[in-house]
Write a new protein. Structure first.
Length: 211
């Protein structure tokens, strides 16, 4: 009588991880494209319908990549990895909610003239501040893990710092035309953020690698 060989749990887990990483990689690539389109619609076109749509899409598309990064780097430092994941994931959800709120107002032509901070995402606390802090943690773990290109870690540091600076600038200066805010928005929105997600997406799509 023929005997059946039990499936190897490690092999099954590896296959599932590879499948999810390709899914996450595609999501990150699309998030990078959506982030660039958001910047174009927000800064250049001043389109109040498309800009929140792309903000919401970019944030939601990035969430699988955050999970995939956590899955890779958690063995480096499980507690720090979980902390960084929670911050970056909450920040992404906050950005998605912010975009969804603005999109709903744009579709329904709501006339909101108040200059008070949004109760959902005051001065970009989640979109910029919390996300930036989480990305700093992920960038540090990416650099230590050896599971990603070393340059991706440095680029993550740059993006995290720019996002935190942008939150602090919006909190204190408020005026979007201030050179500090405008320069940060242009650099982050048109270069650093799209490149980060595209690079991360390619790294996940190609599979695990070392330095």
């Amino acid at each position: 009588m023929a005997t059946q060989t039990a499936p190897n749990p490690a092999s099954t887990t590896s296959t599932q991880s590879a499948s999810f990483e390709r899914f996450a990689g595609l999501g990150a690539i699309l998030a990078g494209i959506a982030a660039l389109l958001y910047s174009i619609c927000f800064v250049v076109l001043h389109n109040t319908l498309l800009s929140p749509l792309f903000l919401m899409l970019s944030a939601m598309l990035a969430t699988p990549a955050l999970i995939a990064v956590y899955h890779r780097v958690r063995e480096t430092d499980a507690a720090f990895a979980l902390w960084a994941l929670l911050l970056s994931f909450i920040g992404a959800l906050g950005a998605a909610i912010h975009g969804g709120y603005d999109l709903a107002n744009a579709i329904n032509h709501a006339n909101i003239t108040t200059t008070l901070p949004s109760q959902i995402d005051p001065r970009g606390l989640l979109t910029f501040g919390v996300t930036g802090l989480g990305l700093l943690g992920l960038a540090w773990l990416i650099g230590r893990s050896g599971q990603f290109p070393r340059g991706l870690s440095y680029w993550g540091y740059l993006l995290g710092v720019l996002l935190i600076v942008l939150y602090v600038a919006y909190l204190i200066l408020v005026d979007a035309k201030n050179p500090l805010i405008a320069g940060d928005v242009l650099l982050t929105g048109f270069v650093v953020s799209p490149v980060w997600y595209l690079w991360l997406g390619l790294a996940l799509w190609r599979g695990r690698n070392v330095r």
